[in-house]
Design a protein around this ligand. Structure first.
Ligand SMILES: Cc1cc2nc3c(=O)[nH]c(=O)nc-3n(C[C@H](O)[C@H](O)[C@H](O)COP(=O)(O)O)c2cc1C
Length: 376
């Protein structure tokens, strides 16, 4: 008989994290909705699409719902239709979404981001490529150095001055303050996927010769300073987390992994509570070994060596793999993406598949749970 894990389903006591968390000491399970851009915002403002989308995901039973990469400034959007949090109108549109996520019993999180040299692109289903200069919905991306990503993103970004760096960090702090004010309880800084923070971290995109480039210490400076800025605004008793790209699969893997572990140790000292382990996506020449549970062992190594609680995502091969990764202590929770797009009730089906008693009541709201528990 299949071994039934209780650990996956017992509440995750966040007291195991670095900080005690007021009013929020448990997640109802260890399934998190991974942040997923919807490219459906209007001037950075959430729309009806977001209200129904996040509501469905929260009602689907995940313990944590992390709202998509939300830009801290207009030029920090990947596409013109990205979510933003640089003004009060955007905050006001997100507030009911936060309320709805919480009402459905999940913790409401948000990922704050700046797209760096990947900014000013078409929406994925409209090309996913850079919009040429001078065309509608196009702007000049900014990055640590004037080095293009290449391939479908050929635009050469403007190299940022130190003033630009401080301005983006201050935009981040303002967005963090807005996120706090509208009730988010979980903050994730986007330090992965070839966006601005990753552009600083990677020697492929960072060719600076000042205090923000060169050595690992200098390349990590932007990330550490940004974290400190966020921490200064974000409440001490709420989790401040990051999604970190620790590997690019571009031949420089051992060095990048080692340096990332060192940087995360420093971030932990600066107040990082948890990390999601992801990839750099900073090189079009990467040779990613796509396959089931792709990052499982890498995440386990980073979490073990940094002693940070955390998670990973990418092709987690169904509920039994997720359950096993948690039971074996490789991750503290899982970030699920596309499976939740295909089935927002994935947590319910996972609970059933794993033989969890009262699966419906543990995952779904009463108007669904009652009927599913009663007539099987
Ligand atoms: C539609 C879509 C949008 C995404 N947007 C984001 C995002 O906003 N921020 C981010 O860090 N990752 C983003 N990702 C990556 C996911 O968070 C997740 O890591 C990835 O899909 C792998 O998990 P999965 O195999 O369970 O789908 C996106 C993925 C998808 C499919």
């Amino acid at each position: 008989m299949r071994e039934i894990s209780t650990r996956f389903w017992v509440n995750l006591r966040i007291e195991s994290m670095a900080r005690a968390i007021a009013n929020l000491d448990t997640l109802r399970n260890r399934i998190a909705v991974s942040p997923m851009c919807q490219y459906m915002s209007d001037q950075g403002v959430a729309t009806e699409w977001h209200r129904t989308h996040y509501s469905a995901l929260a009602r689907g039973g995940s313990g944590l719902v992390v709202v998509e990469a939300t830009a801290v400034s207009p030029e920090g959007r990947i596409s013109w239709a990205d979510a933003g949090l640089w003004n009060d109108e955007q905050a006001a549109a997100l507030e009911p979404i936060v309320r709805e996520i919480k009402r459905a019993g999940a913790i409401a999180g948000i990922q704050l981001a700046h797209a760096g040299r990947k900014a000013s692109a078409n929406r994925p289903w409209e090309g996913d490529d850079h919009i040429p200069e001078g065309k509608p919905n196009s702007w000049t991306p900014i990055a640590p150095s004037a080095v293009a990503f290449g391939a479908n993103l050929p635009r050469v970004p403007d190299a940022m001055s130190v003033e630009d760096i401080h301005r983006v960090q201050s935009d981040m702090a303002q967005a963090v303050r807005r996120a706090k004010d509208i009730g988010f309880d979980w903050l994730q800084l986007h330090f992965a996927h070839g966006y601005l923070a990753q552009n600083f971290w990677s020697c492929k995109s960072n060719k600076r010769t000042d205090q923000y480039g060169g050595s690992a210490e200098n390349r990590g400076r932007y990330l550490l300073e940004t974290l400190a800025k966020a921490r200064s605004v974000w409440p001490e008793n709420l989790p401040l987390t990051a999604r970190m790209g620790v590997i690019d699969f571009d031949g420089n893997d051992e060095q990048m992994l080692g340096e990332s572990i060192d940087l995360l140790r420093q971030m932990k000292r600066e107040g990082l509570d948890s990390v999601d382990i992801s990839m750099g996506f900073n090189s079009p020449d990467a040779n990613i070994p796509w396959g089931p549970n792709l990052l499982e062992d890498i995440a386990a190594k980073v979490l073990r060596e940094t002693q940070l609680p955390g998670s990973t995502s990418w092709f987690i091969d169904g509920p039994s793999s997720a359950d096993r990764m948690v039971r074996e202590g490789k991750v503290d929770f899982v970030m699920i993406g596309r499976p939740l797009l295909s089935d927002p009730h994935w947590p319910y089906h996972a609970a059933k598949e794993l033989g969890v008693p009262e699966a419906a009541w543990k995952t779904l709201p009463a108007p669904y749970a009652h009927w599913l528990a009663r007539y099987r």
